[in-house]
Design a protein around this ligand. Structure first.
Ligand code: CA
Length: 226
């Protein structure tokens, strides 16, 4: 799927030219011409990377970056004026991944975009630890811990906890859980999931006094981040 890039740049000529080059490279491009609109777009979660000019009307680029970073880790490359050392330092301090000075050679911009996208993808793939309600799952070690203590789960119990943690705050119905935990060709008791949940509760909830897996009556189960 094409990566989506948001270009926040008020100088239309630069924006147009950059957009054409990015599209030519196979990216999908969204544009915003001021900081306020740009921030709103960036927060939409639709983009894989943001190119952010510093000098912008309505809200300057550094302020856009600060507000964006409160909610999003999307890679950001700042577009700064030549020799604006302060902008570069402030940008990196505020959480920019990289910066490029204007006027830039398009090849350099494209190279930096590729690097930032790759770095981000690698980081996301390295996140193998999930924590909800004080329970941590490390999928590399195939290990679940609470308060630092290992919890012994069977493979199916582990898989059930895994699905629910991956989909935290989303109610999963019994059929979905059964497909994931027992396989699509499983034929057997439909209440098997309830049995596993009871076992997990006896190993986690009852021992640590937490409400880990919650029942949603008539639907299924959910693990909530609260
Ligand atoms: Ca500008």
């Amino acid at each position: 799927m094409a990566k989506r890039i948001l270009l926040i740049e008020d100088e239309e000529k630069i924006a147009r030219f950059t957009e054409l080059e990015l599209v030519h490279e196979g990216y999908e491009v969204g544009k915003a011409y001021d900081g306020r609109q740009g921030l709103e777009e960036a927060l939409s979660g639709k983009y894989d990377l943001v190119l952010l000019d510093v000098m912008l009307p309505a809200l300057n680029g550094l302020e856009v970056l600060r507000r964006l970073r409160k909610e999003s880790s999307v890679p950001v490359i700042m577009l700064t004026a030549r020799d604006a050392v302060m902008d570069k330092v402030s940008g990196l301090d505020a959480g920019a991944d990289d910066y490029i000075t204007k006027p830039f050679a398009i090849e350099e911009l494209l190279a930096r975009v590729r690097v930032a996208l790759k770095k981000h993808t690698d980081q996301v793939q390295q996140t193998h630890r999930l924590t909800v309600c004080g329970v941590t799952m490390d999928t590399d070690r195939h290990e679940v811990t609470c308060n630092g203590e290992a919890i012994e789960l069977t493979n199916r119990e582990y898989e059930l906890v895994h699905v629910l943690m991956e989909n935290k705050n989303i109610v999963m119905d019994r059929e979905k859980l059964m497909n994931r935990v027992c396989g699509y060709d499983y034929i057997g008791e439909t209440n098997i999931i309830d049995v596993y949940v009871r076992h997990i509760r006896s190993k986690i909830d009852d021992v640590y006094g937490i409400r880990f897996i919650q029942t949603v009556r008539g639907v299924g189960y959910v693990i909530k981040d609260e």
